[in-house]
Write a protein that binds this ligand. Structure first.
Ligand code: ASP
Length: 439
Protein backbone atom coordinates (compact mmCIF):
# COMPACT_ATOMS: atom_id res chain seq x y z
CA UNK A 1 0.00 0.00 0.00
CA UNK A 2 1.20 3.48 -0.82
CA UNK A 3 2.78 5.32 2.08
CA UNK A 4 4.02 8.87 1.71
CA UNK A 5 6.19 11.02 3.92
CA UNK A 6 5.55 14.72 3.28
CA UNK A 7 7.96 17.44 4.25
CA UNK A 8 6.66 21.00 4.29
CA UNK A 9 9.21 23.79 4.08
CA UNK A 10 9.31 27.19 5.75
CA UNK A 11 7.04 29.02 3.32
CA UNK A 12 4.45 26.24 3.72
CA UNK A 13 4.47 26.92 7.47
CA UNK A 14 4.70 30.71 7.18
CA UNK A 15 1.25 31.54 8.53
CA UNK A 16 -2.00 29.98 9.68
CA UNK A 17 -3.68 30.30 6.29
CA UNK A 18 -0.96 28.36 4.49
CA UNK A 19 -1.10 25.76 7.25
CA UNK A 20 -4.80 25.31 6.43
CA UNK A 21 -3.82 24.67 2.79
CA UNK A 22 -1.25 22.15 4.03
CA UNK A 23 -3.97 20.34 6.03
CA UNK A 24 -6.08 20.12 2.86
CA UNK A 25 -3.16 18.68 0.88
CA UNK A 26 -2.47 16.05 3.53
CA UNK A 27 -6.10 15.08 3.89
CA UNK A 28 -6.56 14.78 0.12
CA UNK A 29 -4.49 11.58 0.07
CA UNK A 30 -4.74 8.91 2.79
CA UNK A 31 -1.23 7.73 1.88
CA UNK A 32 0.15 10.99 3.31
CA UNK A 33 0.57 9.70 6.83
CA UNK A 34 3.85 11.07 8.13
CA UNK A 35 4.65 14.76 8.03
CA UNK A 36 7.90 16.62 8.68
CA UNK A 37 7.82 20.39 9.07
CA UNK A 38 10.24 23.31 8.98
CA UNK A 39 10.06 26.41 11.11
CA UNK A 40 7.82 29.19 9.75
CA UNK A 41 9.62 30.94 6.88
CA UNK A 42 9.21 34.35 5.29
CA UNK A 43 5.66 35.58 4.65
CA UNK A 44 6.77 38.37 2.35
CA UNK A 45 10.05 39.66 1.02
CA UNK A 46 11.91 41.40 3.81
CA UNK A 47 10.25 39.23 6.49
CA UNK A 48 12.52 37.28 8.89
CA UNK A 49 12.48 33.49 9.13
CA UNK A 50 11.70 32.14 12.60
CA UNK A 51 15.01 30.25 12.63
CA UNK A 52 16.88 33.53 12.16
CA UNK A 53 14.83 35.13 14.95
CA UNK A 54 15.86 32.20 17.15
CA UNK A 55 19.54 32.76 16.40
CA UNK A 56 18.99 36.36 17.59
CA UNK A 57 17.49 34.95 20.80
CA UNK A 58 20.68 32.99 21.33
CA UNK A 59 22.78 36.14 20.78
CA UNK A 60 20.70 37.95 23.39
CA UNK A 61 21.20 35.10 25.86
CA UNK A 62 24.97 35.43 25.35
CA UNK A 63 24.82 39.12 26.14
CA UNK A 64 22.24 39.31 28.90
CA UNK A 65 21.57 35.79 30.13
CA UNK A 66 18.00 35.78 28.82
CA UNK A 67 16.18 36.05 25.47
CA UNK A 68 13.31 38.07 26.90
CA UNK A 69 13.36 40.81 24.23
CA UNK A 70 14.14 38.76 21.12
CA UNK A 71 11.61 36.09 22.07
CA UNK A 72 8.78 38.61 21.72
CA UNK A 73 8.98 38.26 17.92
CA UNK A 74 8.70 34.46 18.20
CA UNK A 75 5.72 34.75 20.52
CA UNK A 76 3.91 37.17 18.26
CA UNK A 77 4.59 34.99 15.18
CA UNK A 78 3.05 31.89 16.78
CA UNK A 79 0.20 33.85 18.34
CA UNK A 80 -0.82 35.14 14.92
CA UNK A 81 -0.52 31.63 13.47
CA UNK A 82 -2.91 30.38 16.17
CA UNK A 83 -5.31 33.25 15.50
CA UNK A 84 -5.28 32.68 11.72
CA UNK A 85 -5.93 29.01 12.22
CA UNK A 86 -8.97 29.91 14.25
CA UNK A 87 -9.09 26.44 15.80
CA UNK A 88 -8.79 27.20 19.50
CA UNK A 89 -5.17 26.11 19.49
CA UNK A 90 -3.40 27.33 22.59
CA UNK A 91 0.27 27.99 21.92
CA UNK A 92 1.03 29.90 25.09
CA UNK A 93 2.02 26.99 27.31
CA UNK A 94 4.46 25.72 24.66
CA UNK A 95 5.87 29.23 24.13
CA UNK A 96 6.41 29.81 27.88
CA UNK A 97 8.12 26.46 28.27
CA UNK A 98 10.27 27.05 25.16
CA UNK A 99 11.45 30.46 26.34
CA UNK A 100 12.31 29.08 29.76
CA UNK A 101 14.28 26.14 28.30
CA UNK A 102 16.14 28.36 25.84
CA UNK A 103 17.50 30.48 28.69
CA UNK A 104 18.31 27.39 30.71
CA UNK A 105 20.02 25.36 27.94
CA UNK A 106 22.04 28.32 26.60
CA UNK A 107 22.79 26.40 23.41
CA UNK A 108 22.78 27.73 19.85
CA UNK A 109 21.46 24.49 18.35
CA UNK A 110 18.77 24.19 21.00
CA UNK A 111 17.54 27.73 20.27
CA UNK A 112 17.61 27.17 16.50
CA UNK A 113 15.66 23.92 16.78
CA UNK A 114 12.65 25.48 18.51
CA UNK A 115 11.09 26.84 15.30
CA UNK A 116 10.60 23.31 14.01
CA UNK A 117 9.54 22.10 17.46
CA UNK A 118 6.81 24.73 17.75
CA UNK A 119 5.52 24.42 14.19
CA UNK A 120 5.33 20.62 14.53
CA UNK A 121 3.39 21.06 17.78
CA UNK A 122 0.91 23.35 16.02
CA UNK A 123 0.64 21.16 12.92
CA UNK A 124 0.02 18.02 14.98
CA UNK A 125 -2.94 19.81 16.58
CA UNK A 126 -4.21 21.03 13.22
CA UNK A 127 -4.13 17.48 11.84
CA UNK A 128 -5.16 15.68 15.03
CA UNK A 129 -1.98 13.63 14.56
CA UNK A 130 0.62 12.32 17.01
CA UNK A 131 3.55 14.66 17.73
CA UNK A 132 6.84 12.75 17.68
CA UNK A 133 9.73 14.82 18.96
CA UNK A 134 12.80 14.34 16.77
CA UNK A 135 14.99 14.52 19.86
CA UNK A 136 13.60 11.12 20.82
CA UNK A 137 14.13 9.47 17.44
CA UNK A 138 16.99 11.15 15.52
CA UNK A 139 20.42 10.39 16.98
CA UNK A 140 23.92 11.62 16.22
CA UNK A 141 27.01 9.54 17.01
CA UNK A 142 30.28 10.64 18.64
CA UNK A 143 31.49 12.08 15.29
CA UNK A 144 28.40 14.27 14.97
CA UNK A 145 27.09 12.08 12.14
CA UNK A 146 23.64 10.58 12.24
CA UNK A 147 23.49 7.11 13.76
CA UNK A 148 21.46 5.42 11.00
CA UNK A 149 20.56 2.15 12.65
CA UNK A 150 19.49 3.62 15.96
CA UNK A 151 17.54 6.41 14.25
CA UNK A 152 15.67 4.23 11.76
CA UNK A 153 14.68 1.78 14.46
CA UNK A 154 13.50 4.51 16.84
CA UNK A 155 11.36 6.13 14.13
CA UNK A 156 9.87 2.81 13.03
CA UNK A 157 9.01 1.99 16.68
CA UNK A 158 7.51 5.43 17.29
CA UNK A 159 5.11 5.21 14.35
CA UNK A 160 4.18 1.59 14.89
CA UNK A 161 0.98 2.45 16.75
CA UNK A 162 -0.20 5.49 14.85
CA UNK A 163 -1.90 6.33 11.63
CA UNK A 164 -0.64 9.91 11.29
CA UNK A 165 2.29 11.67 12.92
CA UNK A 166 4.13 14.99 12.69
CA UNK A 167 7.88 15.33 13.24
CA UNK A 168 9.84 18.56 13.62
CA UNK A 169 12.64 18.69 11.04
CA UNK A 170 16.22 19.93 11.38
CA UNK A 171 17.37 18.42 14.68
CA UNK A 172 18.09 15.37 16.78
CA UNK A 173 20.06 14.50 19.89
CA UNK A 174 23.82 13.99 20.30
CA UNK A 175 25.53 11.37 22.48
CA UNK A 176 25.50 13.73 25.46
CA UNK A 177 21.75 14.09 25.19
CA UNK A 178 21.97 17.66 23.83
CA UNK A 179 19.97 18.95 20.89
CA UNK A 180 22.00 19.12 17.68
CA UNK A 181 20.84 20.54 14.35
CA UNK A 182 21.73 19.59 10.81
CA UNK A 183 23.10 22.38 8.62
CA UNK A 184 20.69 25.09 7.42
CA UNK A 185 17.80 23.76 5.38
CA UNK A 186 18.21 20.43 7.17
CA UNK A 187 14.52 19.62 7.57
CA UNK A 188 14.81 18.14 4.06
CA UNK A 189 17.23 15.61 5.57
CA UNK A 190 14.82 14.77 8.39
CA UNK A 191 12.10 14.16 5.78
CA UNK A 192 14.37 11.77 3.91
CA UNK A 193 15.31 9.98 7.14
CA UNK A 194 11.69 9.46 8.14
CA UNK A 195 10.85 8.26 4.59
CA UNK A 196 13.63 5.71 4.84
CA UNK A 197 12.73 4.61 8.36
CA UNK A 198 9.07 3.91 7.55
CA UNK A 199 9.96 2.50 4.12
CA UNK A 200 7.79 5.02 2.32
CA UNK A 201 6.78 4.54 -1.28
CA UNK A 202 7.41 8.27 -1.88
CA UNK A 203 9.06 11.20 -0.18
CA UNK A 204 7.08 14.31 -1.09
CA UNK A 205 8.95 17.54 -0.52
CA UNK A 206 6.48 20.43 -0.55
CA UNK A 207 7.99 23.83 -1.20
CA UNK A 208 7.11 27.10 -2.96
CA UNK A 209 8.23 26.21 -6.48
CA UNK A 210 6.76 23.69 -8.91
CA UNK A 211 9.87 21.56 -9.08
CA UNK A 212 13.37 21.84 -10.41
CA UNK A 213 14.05 24.21 -13.27
CA UNK A 214 16.73 23.61 -15.87
CA UNK A 215 18.51 26.71 -14.58
CA UNK A 216 18.07 29.59 -12.17
CA UNK A 217 15.00 31.67 -13.19
CA UNK A 218 16.82 34.82 -12.10
CA UNK A 219 19.27 34.18 -14.93
CA UNK A 220 16.99 32.92 -17.71
CA UNK A 221 13.37 33.96 -17.87
CA UNK A 222 10.97 31.07 -17.56
CA UNK A 223 13.41 28.15 -17.90
CA UNK A 224 12.12 24.69 -18.66
CA UNK A 225 10.87 22.64 -15.73
CA UNK A 226 12.58 19.28 -15.28
CA UNK A 227 9.92 16.62 -14.83
CA UNK A 228 12.26 13.76 -13.90
CA UNK A 229 15.75 13.81 -12.55
CA UNK A 230 18.00 10.99 -11.35
CA UNK A 231 19.46 11.05 -7.82
CA UNK A 232 22.88 11.53 -9.38
CA UNK A 233 21.80 14.52 -11.44
CA UNK A 234 20.09 16.02 -8.41
CA UNK A 235 23.25 15.66 -6.37
CA UNK A 236 25.35 17.37 -9.04
CA UNK A 237 22.90 20.22 -9.55
CA UNK A 238 22.09 20.88 -5.92
CA UNK A 239 25.75 20.74 -4.92
CA UNK A 240 26.42 23.41 -7.52
CA UNK A 241 23.81 25.77 -6.18
CA UNK A 242 20.38 24.65 -7.42
CA UNK A 243 18.93 24.95 -3.94
CA UNK A 244 15.45 23.47 -4.08
CA UNK A 245 16.51 20.61 -1.82
CA UNK A 246 19.30 20.16 0.76
CA UNK A 247 22.20 18.35 -0.94
CA UNK A 248 22.43 15.74 1.79
CA UNK A 249 18.79 14.68 1.63
CA UNK A 250 19.41 12.27 -1.23
CA UNK A 251 21.44 9.78 0.80
CA UNK A 252 18.85 8.21 3.11
CA UNK A 253 16.27 7.66 0.35
CA UNK A 254 18.75 6.65 -2.31
CA UNK A 255 19.72 3.48 -0.50
CA UNK A 256 16.08 2.36 -0.42
CA UNK A 257 15.19 3.58 -3.95
CA UNK A 258 12.48 5.89 -2.62
CA UNK A 259 11.51 8.57 -5.19
CA UNK A 260 11.54 12.20 -4.06
CA UNK A 261 8.71 14.28 -5.50
CA UNK A 262 9.10 18.06 -5.36
CA UNK A 263 5.68 19.73 -5.13
CA UNK A 264 4.39 23.27 -4.75
CA UNK A 265 2.14 23.94 -1.72
CA UNK A 266 0.75 27.01 -3.49
CA UNK A 267 -0.04 25.14 -6.73
CA UNK A 268 -0.65 21.57 -5.61
CA UNK A 269 -2.13 20.62 -8.99
CA UNK A 270 1.23 21.23 -10.71
CA UNK A 271 3.07 18.04 -11.53
CA UNK A 272 6.39 18.97 -9.89
CA UNK A 273 9.66 17.10 -10.35
CA UNK A 274 10.24 13.41 -9.62
CA UNK A 275 13.74 12.47 -8.49
CA UNK A 276 14.31 8.81 -9.17
CA UNK A 277 16.93 6.10 -8.84
CA UNK A 278 18.79 5.60 -12.12
CA UNK A 279 17.00 2.22 -12.53
CA UNK A 280 13.57 3.92 -12.64
CA UNK A 281 14.70 7.05 -14.43
CA UNK A 282 13.67 7.47 -18.05
CA UNK A 283 15.46 10.33 -19.79
CA UNK A 284 13.14 12.86 -21.40
CA UNK A 285 15.23 12.93 -24.54
CA UNK A 286 17.24 15.98 -23.53
CA UNK A 287 21.00 15.91 -23.83
CA UNK A 288 21.36 18.28 -20.91
CA UNK A 289 19.09 18.05 -17.88
CA UNK A 290 20.12 21.20 -16.05
CA UNK A 291 22.79 23.83 -15.52
CA UNK A 292 23.88 25.29 -12.19
CA UNK A 293 26.72 27.51 -11.06
CA UNK A 294 28.46 28.62 -7.91
CA UNK A 295 30.82 31.56 -7.45
CA UNK A 296 33.93 32.25 -5.39
CA UNK A 297 36.41 29.48 -5.93
CA UNK A 298 40.19 29.76 -5.75
CA UNK A 299 42.35 27.78 -8.18
CA UNK A 300 45.97 26.95 -7.37
CA UNK A 301 47.82 26.25 -10.62
CA UNK A 302 50.99 24.22 -10.37
CA UNK A 303 53.51 23.45 -13.09
CA UNK A 304 56.53 21.21 -13.01
CA UNK A 305 58.43 19.75 -15.93
CA UNK A 306 58.17 15.95 -15.96
CA UNK A 307 55.44 16.02 -13.32
CA UNK A 308 54.05 12.91 -15.01
CA UNK A 309 57.24 10.99 -14.18
CA UNK A 310 57.58 12.10 -10.59
CA UNK A 311 55.96 9.50 -8.39
CA UNK A 312 54.19 11.08 -5.43
CA UNK A 313 54.08 14.68 -6.71
CA UNK A 314 50.30 15.00 -6.55
CA UNK A 315 50.28 13.35 -3.14
CA UNK A 316 52.74 15.93 -1.80
CA UNK A 317 50.54 18.79 -2.99
CA UNK A 318 47.35 17.25 -1.68
CA UNK A 319 48.95 16.42 1.67
CA UNK A 320 49.49 20.14 2.27
CA UNK A 321 45.81 20.82 1.79
CA UNK A 322 44.86 17.83 3.91
CA UNK A 323 47.11 18.98 6.75
CA UNK A 324 45.41 22.40 6.64
CA UNK A 325 41.97 20.73 6.68
CA UNK A 326 41.01 22.21 3.32
CA UNK A 327 38.36 20.50 1.27
CA UNK A 328 39.24 20.06 -2.42
CA UNK A 329 36.52 20.42 -5.06
CA UNK A 330 38.33 19.45 -8.28
CA UNK A 331 41.81 18.54 -9.50
CA UNK A 332 42.02 19.07 -13.27
CA UNK A 333 45.44 17.97 -14.51
CA UNK A 334 47.72 17.81 -17.56
CA UNK A 335 51.09 16.16 -18.21
CA UNK A 336 53.16 18.80 -16.45
CA UNK A 337 50.39 20.78 -14.77
CA UNK A 338 47.79 20.32 -12.12
CA UNK A 339 45.24 22.66 -10.60
CA UNK A 340 43.55 22.41 -7.28
CA UNK A 341 40.14 24.05 -6.95
CA UNK A 342 38.88 24.98 -3.49
CA UNK A 343 36.13 27.20 -2.16
CA UNK A 344 37.66 30.62 -1.48
CA UNK A 345 36.06 30.80 1.98
CA UNK A 346 38.19 27.77 2.98
CA UNK A 347 41.51 29.31 2.10
CA UNK A 348 41.41 33.06 2.56
CA UNK A 349 44.26 35.43 3.43
CA UNK A 350 47.03 34.08 5.57
CA UNK A 351 45.96 30.46 5.09
CA UNK A 352 46.40 30.77 1.31
CA UNK A 353 49.90 32.21 1.73
CA UNK A 354 50.82 29.39 4.12
CA UNK A 355 49.51 26.72 1.72
CA UNK A 356 51.50 28.20 -1.18
CA UNK A 357 54.68 28.27 0.92
CA UNK A 358 54.20 24.68 2.04
CA UNK A 359 53.56 23.44 -1.51
CA UNK A 360 56.72 25.23 -2.64
CA UNK A 361 58.71 23.54 0.13
CA UNK A 362 57.22 20.06 -0.08
CA UNK A 363 56.66 19.60 -3.85
CA UNK A 364 59.17 22.06 -5.36
CA UNK A 365 57.09 23.06 -8.39
CA UNK A 366 58.57 25.19 -11.23
CA UNK A 367 55.63 27.58 -11.18
CA UNK A 368 52.78 28.11 -8.76
CA UNK A 369 50.04 30.67 -9.38
CA UNK A 370 46.74 31.51 -7.80
CA UNK A 371 43.56 32.46 -9.61
CA UNK A 372 40.76 33.87 -7.48
CA UNK A 373 37.14 34.89 -8.08
CA UNK A 374 36.38 31.85 -10.21
CA UNK A 375 32.85 30.54 -10.74
CA UNK A 376 32.22 26.88 -11.51
CA UNK A 377 29.37 25.98 -13.82
CA UNK A 378 28.10 22.43 -14.05
CA UNK A 379 26.21 21.24 -17.09
CA UNK A 380 24.54 18.01 -16.04
CA UNK A 381 22.67 15.24 -17.82
CA UNK A 382 22.75 11.49 -18.39
CA UNK A 383 21.95 12.27 -22.04
CA UNK A 384 25.43 13.71 -22.54
CA UNK A 385 27.21 10.34 -22.47
CA UNK A 386 25.37 9.06 -25.52
CA UNK A 387 25.51 12.15 -27.68
CA UNK A 388 28.54 13.17 -29.66
CA UNK A 389 29.56 16.80 -29.79
CA UNK A 390 28.03 18.00 -26.52
CA UNK A 391 31.20 19.67 -25.29
CA UNK A 392 31.78 21.19 -28.75
CA UNK A 393 28.35 22.81 -28.54
CA UNK A 394 28.96 23.97 -24.99
CA UNK A 395 32.28 25.62 -25.81
CA UNK A 396 30.91 27.10 -29.03
CA UNK A 397 28.12 28.73 -26.99
CA UNK A 398 30.70 30.12 -24.58
CA UNK A 399 32.88 31.39 -27.41
CA UNK A 400 29.95 33.12 -29.05
CA UNK A 401 29.19 34.84 -25.76
CA UNK A 402 32.85 35.83 -25.58
CA UNK A 403 33.48 33.91 -22.35
CA UNK A 404 36.87 32.42 -21.62
CA UNK A 405 37.00 28.98 -19.94
CA UNK A 406 39.62 29.15 -17.18
CA UNK A 407 39.40 25.44 -16.48
CA UNK A 408 37.51 22.40 -17.66
CA UNK A 409 36.70 19.20 -15.82
CA UNK A 410 34.61 16.35 -17.13
CA UNK A 411 33.74 13.54 -14.74
CA UNK A 412 34.50 10.05 -16.05
CA UNK A 413 30.80 9.20 -15.76
CA UNK A 414 30.15 11.82 -18.46
CA UNK A 415 27.30 13.01 -16.29
CA UNK A 416 28.66 16.52 -16.08
CA UNK A 417 31.00 19.02 -17.66
CA UNK A 418 32.36 21.62 -15.29
CA UNK A 419 33.84 24.85 -16.55
CA UNK A 420 35.52 27.55 -14.49
CA UNK A 421 34.95 31.15 -15.58
CA UNK A 422 35.46 34.56 -14.02
CA UNK A 423 32.87 35.28 -11.33
CA UNK A 424 31.47 38.14 -13.38
CA UNK A 425 30.85 35.83 -16.37
CA UNK A 426 28.91 33.27 -14.34
CA UNK A 427 25.34 34.33 -15.18
CA UNK A 428 26.11 35.03 -18.85
CA UNK A 429 27.76 31.64 -19.17
CA UNK A 430 24.79 29.78 -17.66
CA UNK A 431 22.44 31.65 -19.98
CA UNK A 432 24.59 30.90 -23.05
CA UNK A 433 24.71 27.16 -22.28
CA UNK A 434 20.98 27.11 -21.52
CA UNK A 435 20.06 28.74 -24.84
CA UNK A 436 22.33 26.39 -26.76
CA UNK A 437 20.68 23.25 -25.38
CA UNK A 438 17.12 24.28 -24.63
CA UNK A 439 15.99 26.89 -27.12
N1 ASP B 1 14.64 26.11 9.80
C1 ASP B 1 15.90 25.66 9.36
C2 ASP B 1 16.56 26.70 8.49
O1 ASP B 1 16.04 27.79 8.33
C3 ASP B 1 15.85 24.32 8.73
C4 ASP B 1 14.92 24.19 7.56
O2 ASP B 1 14.12 25.07 7.29
O3 ASP B 1 14.99 23.17 6.87
O4 ASP B 1 17.61 26.47 7.98
Amino acid sequence: MALKVCKFGGTSMADGNVMKAVKKIIEADPARRFVVVSAPGKRFSGDIKVTDLLYSCYDEIQKTGTCKEAFKAIRSRFESIAKELNMSIDVNADLDETQRRMDEENSKDFCASRGEYLSAKVMSKVLGAKFIDSEDVVFFNEYGVMDDKKTYKAIADAVADCDKAVFPGFYGKDIEGKIKTFSRGGSDITGAIVARAVNASEYENWTDVSGFLACDPRIVENPKRISTLSYKELRELSYMGANVLHTESVFPVRKANIPIIIKNTFRPEDEGTAILPVSQYKPEGNIVTGIAGKKNFTVILIEKNHMNNEVGFIRKVLSVLEKEGINIEHIPSGIDTMSVVVESSEIQGFKLERVIEEIKNDAEPDVIRVMENVALIATVGHGMSSSIGTSARLFKAMAEANINAKLIDQGSSELNIIVGVKNEDCERCIAAIYHEFFD
